[in-house]
Design a binder for this molecule. Structure first.
Ligand code: ADP
Ligand code: ASP
Ligand code: MG
Length: 437
């Protein structure tokens, strides 16, 4: 990705005593709920214009109006259950195309100079993976030109173009990635992500009203939270921000709160062992019972799954030593994304004879509840507190996985939100960090 340092900052001409503010280059991204109606589009246009009137250079990235991407997906599936990806990408990209045109019209109607751009016009080149394309190169020459002319540039999020010239999309939530990648390529001072929440919370505030807003969070913690289901920031955008040290500021699109800064610097006061809790219900578990316990068996099973391009998340293999357990046999469980569940079950049922006539069980009623925090590395007893919180609500832990800064438990899907609330209470996350540190 082109990450040339930006040139041409306006001279501040500052006399220090007058503290004249230096011009900043800002990328503002507004999500679907923030541009859900024409009135809201006018509101966010006013916000972008206000930033420009403060003397900053402003690039705006927009999502499709709320519900539009889902609506387009649904239309396509009324024609075919598995529509051709190239055509689906062309269709989905129209959501963002409509938003940026409407936004530009709203700005013009307010007397502001503005120009809208689709992904390809903004120089966003991707690989060929329709529906989950990666940005390979970003050359925002036209955006720079517009900024130099004193215009607001508004760019359609979520889309790019591949080498063949076909439209691609970046995966759900991909407008965050457009915004961060553009901010990096333009050498912006900050990427502001505007949404329907006023920052990153200790857990989804729509799941638990005791969730507390964090003033700051580290890239590493945000990466984990995103990968474990906190959809407030799309994971690739956090990775790109981290790689380039870009300051990301998550804020409410229609509020005045201070939001949350995602960066490397997190004050010591904020270093409580657990910073956030997530839950996900987009995986299913497959268990093979009484598999031959011999070298290579796990490689064979998981090899079959990976050959089908199915990504396995958690894996547990356990030799039953219980009384009556059969010698030479083992049980193996793993989780796969829900959309791949039936294909993975088919594969296992086809393969079970060669695995010692194993029995195959499937369960798509699972949820993964996770806790995340850099401070976990230095605090004992974090796992015990989490497990005790689940036990006290009578929630059975079915699988566990850990890394240095996270612990995840698979539980019954119906108990997921209860589990989040119980764990949040157990760690006292509704209290300010200075009380917990
Ligand atoms: P947008 O449409 O602006 O991109 P998203 O719907 O993608 O917004 O993300 C915002 C949503 O993320 C919130 O409405 C909230 O329900 C959810 N969310 C999940 N976890 C968190 C969290 N830890 N902090 C804040 N919001 C969260
Ligand atoms: N419109 C796309 C989606 O709904 C991209 C985005 O909103 O970030 O996933
Ligand atoms: Mg989003």
């Amino acid at each position: 990705m082109g990450t040339q340092p930006r040139g041409g900052r306006a001279p501040t001409g500052a006399i220090p005593s007058k503290r004249k503010r230096q011009m900043a280059r800002i990328v503002q991204k507004y999500g679907g709920s923030s541009v859900a109606t024409i009135d809201l589009i006018k509101e966010v246009a006013k916000r972008a214009i206000a930033a420009k009137n403060r003397g900053d250079e402003v690039v705006v990235v927009l999502s499709a109006m709320k519900g539009e991407t889902d609506r387009l997906h649904k239309l396509a599936r009324e024609i075919a259950p598995d529509p051709p990806a190239r055509e689906l990408d062309s269709l989905l990209s129209t959501g963002e195309q409509a938003s940026v045109s409407l936004f530009a019209m709203a700005c013009k109607a307010m007397g502001e100079r503005v120009k809208s751009f689709l992904g390809f016009q903004a120089g966003i080149s991707t690989d060929d993976s329709h529906l989950s394309a990666r940005i390979l190169d970003l050359n925002p020459a036209r955006i720079r030109t517009e900024l130099a002319k004193g215009r607001i540039a508004v760019v359609a999020g979520f889309q790019g173009v591949n080498r063949a010239g076909d439209i691609t999309t970046l995966g759900r939530g991909g407008s965050d990635t457009t915004a961060v990648a553009l901010a990096v390529a333009l050498g912006a001072d900050v990427c502001e992500i505007y949404s329907d929440v006023d920052g990153i919370y200790t857990t989804d505030p729509n799941v638990y009203d005791k969730a507390r807003k964090l003033d700051m969070i580290s890239y590493e913690e945000m990466l984990e939270l995103s990968s474990l289901g906190a959809k407030v920031m799309e994971i690739r955008s956090v990775g790109t921000g981290m790689e380039h040290g870009l300051r990301i500021h998550v804020r409410h699109a229609h509020g005045t709160g201070s939001g949350t800064i995602i960066s490397t610097e997190v004050s010591d006061m904020e270093r409580t062992p657990v910073r956030g809790i997530t839950h996900q219900t987009n995986e299913a578990r497959i268990t093979l019972i009484k598999v031959k316990d011999e070298p290579g068996v796990a490689a064979r099973i998981l090899g079959l799954v990976s050959q089908a391009d199915i990504v396995v998340d958690m894996i547990i293999q356990n030799r039953s030593r219980a009384e009556g357990g059969e010698p030479g046999l083992t049980d193996l469980s793993f989780t796969v994304p829900l959309p791949d569940y039936s294909r993975a079950m088919e594969l296992m049922n086809e393969a079970k004879k060669s695995l010692g006539d194993a029995e195959v069980l499937g369960d798509d009623n699972i949820a993964k509840v996770s806790i995340v925090g850099l401070g976990m590395r230095n605090h004992a007893g974090v796992a015990a507190t989490m497990f005790q919180a689940l036990a006290s609500e009578g929630i059975n832990i079915e699988m566990i996985s850990t890394s240095e800064i996270k612990i995840s438990c698979v539980i019954d899907k119906r108990k997921a939100e209860l589990a989040v609330r119980a764990i949040h209470d157990a760690f006292g996350l509704d209290r300010p960090p200075e009380e917990l540190a």
